[in-house]
Ligand binder design. Structure first.
Ligand code: SPD
Length: 283
């Protein structure tokens, strides 16, 4: 990463550089875990970057958060209790809490600095912080799924960053075993699963690891304009639930308020190009 004063550049593995022209630097702090930056841009409005990696922006966050949340919440048999791991900007919790059936949304985010910066500088993204159904814990999501004594969750959503720094442990078998432990028998696990173009080893590894715990593992695709190549994947995992069977009342309640997600996008997102199909186990 370099903030040249006029441009904020994400340099991906010394292979690709993505730059946003900065109007104003709003926040820059080294937390106990990572470098947290928030800045205003001409192209996408206020933008969050962690350790030099673009995470979300006012201009494109709906491409990511709506796809991460609603595929799971429009198909899970129950959505009374939802766990969000990560998601410190608040966008994922906001989309979860748009569903009136959600009674309790537990969010476990490791970095208080991300939450504080988001509350102050990204209120348009995290607009549900005051919802009484939101139960925010600053803590380790990995420890939560491995050790916490909790009533099972109907849906678990992983909204982490790339597998470096504190997010590294969110991409392995141990973590998935923890999710398996806290998820209801007919629950749904939805996670961001990186770019099949730029991060194909990570994508492949998690598609190979999840079937040990979940009979149904279905990656799906969309676009996130500020991520390298824009193509992004999320993955739906469950022991019992078919992600293509949409619950009408749920989608009817939220579809009109979405910018990206709708019934046709939900159905189409599971269509995978050949090069992605060939990354799946058994292909
Ligand atoms: N390459 C960046 C991936 C970031 C995924 N998480 C974004 C968090 C938005 N709530």
């Amino acid at each position: 990463m370099a903030d040249s004063g006029r441009w904020y550049d994400e340099v991906f593995e010394d292979r690709i550089r993505l730059g946003l022209k900065v109007k104003e630097m709003l926040f820059s702090e080294r937390s106990d875990f990572q470098q947290v930056d928030v800045f205003d841009t001409d192209a996408f409005g206020r933008t969050l970057a962690i350790d030099g990696i673009l995470q979300t922006s006012e201009g494109d966050e709906r491409f990511y958060h709506e796809m991460l949340v609603h595929v799971a919440l429009c198909t899970a048999p129950s959505i009374r209790r939802v766990l969000v791991i990560g998601g410190g900007d608040g966008g994922t919790a906001r989309e979860v809490l748009r569903h009136p059936e959600v009674e309790h949304c537990k969010m476990v985010e490791i970095d208080r600095v991300v939450v504080e910066a988001a509350k102050k500088f990204l209120p348009a993204i995290g607009s549900a912080w005051d919802d009484p159904r939101l139960d925010l814990t600053i803590g380790d999501g990995i420890a939560h799924v491995k050790e916490a004594e909790v009533e099972p969750y109907d849906v678990v959503i992983l909204d982490g960053s790339d597998p470096v720094g504190p997010s590294e442990g969110l991409f392995n078998r141990d973590f998935y075993a923890g999710v398996d432990r806290v998820l209801a028998a007919d629950g749904v696990f939805a996670l961001q699963s990186e770019s099949p173009v730029l991060m194909s080893p990570v994508f492949r590894a998690l598609q190979a690891a999840l079937p040990e715990f979940f009979a149904t593992v279905r990656p799906y695709l969309g676009w996130v304009p500020i991520y390298g190549t824009a193509m992004w994947s999320w993955t739906f995992a469950s022991r019992t639930v078919d992600p293509t069977v949409i619950i009408d009342s749920r989608i009817d309640a939220i579809e009109a308020g979405c910018d990206v997600y709708n019934r046709a996008i939900h159905e189409a997102a599971f269509a995978l190009p050949g090069f992605v199909q060939r990354m799946l186990p058994g292909a």
